[in-house]
Write a protein that binds this ligand. Structure first.
Ligand code: UD1
Length: 344
């Protein structure tokens, strides 16, 4: 019998791509989302790609009674918990909103899992827990020391990791895999789903594609005086479809009987690219010239980080292998589709 996975935040950027991969891997999916940062139409895109329309629950997971009532209506085997607020700047302005949304929803789900005999949860964490690793710790492994978060958003990731750890150590009858993502980018090759930032984007790739489209006038590269080969920051940019596939591998593993109760995996490519390399690769891969300039550093930015993903490669049997050129072309195709559809 097919297993059923609850995907919270399933209409969001990573959630929608993961829903597609889960359906294609033979799982039933129930999406729970409050549409605070996504649109219901995303479900149409998922259906076009997979031929299957996942169940959709419009719900605020901070409401425990509503969440309980939802879980009573399905027989859920596992949860992938994406639903969270994720804008770094906004979290500095509205810290309590971030603590309430991101922490209450996780606590509610964890409390309800044993009640409904749900065995495994995959949690979306971030490489932000490592802060700026020391040079000898690059590429960063799962054992690298954590550093104090520079924003309430980052802090919620650290706190949620600890909540899961404490709960499992208390003997709770659940298992968890914590995935620490590096920088997810790109869109499904069909251009039927992708990233849809609200307002002016903060993240690099939507800023690049919107500038290339002429929606934004110019991209500013934040700082070119960093201690890196070309002076711009370095990140580990991972294709969202590769990232989605890591969730399928993690879900399969967490629901197996003989695996550890709690595991952590870095989910990246193992390679670092500078902001300038991203811009130049985008221009080369798409043939579109980008209007960009160099500006001052952005407060709170990390100079360089990329992941050692050997653990995920060997234990999950998963690898991010899509070439960067193809990933950037997918982001551009998605931007073109948004134009074609009159979205922006
Ligand atoms: C940020 C968050 C991270 C979060 C992630 C969610 C910080 C310090 N980190 O990652 O915690 O998990 O978003 O997606 O905010 N850049 C420019 N010009 C731009 C935009 C970005 O030069 O207009 C540069 C940035 O300086 C950075 C790189 O592009 O070096 C990537 O930036 P971004 O996409 O915002 O991701 P992070 O800052 O790595």
């Amino acid at each position: 019998m097919k297993q059923t996975i609850l995907v919270t935040g399933g209409t969001g950027f990573i959630g929608s791509h993961t829903t597609v991969e889960l359906i294609q891997a033979g799982y039933n999916v129930v999406i729970a989302d409050n549409l605070s940062n996504s649109k219901r139409e995303v479900i149409g895109g998922i259906k076009k790609i997979t031929g299957i329309e996942p169940a959709f629950e419009f719900i605020d997971l901070c409401n425990k009674e509503a969440t309980r009532e939802m879980l009573q209506r399905y027989r859920i085997d596992g949860i992938i918990h994406f639903a969270a607020s994720k804008a770094v700047g906004e979290s500095v302005e509205k810290p309590l909103m971030y603590y309430r949304n991101n922490i209450t929803s996780l606590v509610n789900l964890l409390e309800l899992m044993p009640e409904h005999n749900i065995k495994g949860v995959i949690f979306s964490s971030s490489c932000t827990v490592y802060g700026q690793p020391r040079p000898e710790n690059l590429p960063v492994t799962e054992d690298a020391p954590h550093q104090k978060a520079t924003s309430p958003y980052g802090n919620t990731k650290e706190i949620n990791e600890q909540i899961i750890q404490d709960y499992i150590h208390s003997g709770a009858p659940i298992k968890s895999i914590v995935l620490r993502y590096f920088n997810p980018i790109g869109a499904h090759p069909s251009a039927l789903i992708g990233e849809l930032p609200n307002g002016k984007p903060n993240n690099l790739i939507p800023y690049v594609t919107q500038t290339a489209m002429g929606i934004l006038e110019q991209l500013t590269i934040f700082g070119n005086d960093y201690d890196t080969p070309d002076g711009t920051c370095i990140r580990d940019y991972i294709y969202v479809v590769d990232l989605a596939k890591a969730h399928v591998a993690a879900m399969t593993r967490v629901l197996k009987k003989d695996t550890a109760a709690l595991e952590y995996f870095n989910i990246g490519t193992g390679r670092g690219n500078s902001t300038r390399e991203i811009v130049e690769t985008f221009e080369k891969a798409t043939g579109v010239k980008l209007n960009y300039t160099y500006g001052p550093r952005r407060a709170g930015d990390i100079e360089k980080i990329w992941g050692d993903c050997t653990k995920a490669n060997t234990i999950l049997g998963w690898k991010a292998d899509t070439p960067l050129e193809d990933v950037l072309v997918s982001a551009w195709k998605w931007q073109l589709k948004l134009r074609e559809d009159g979205v922006m």
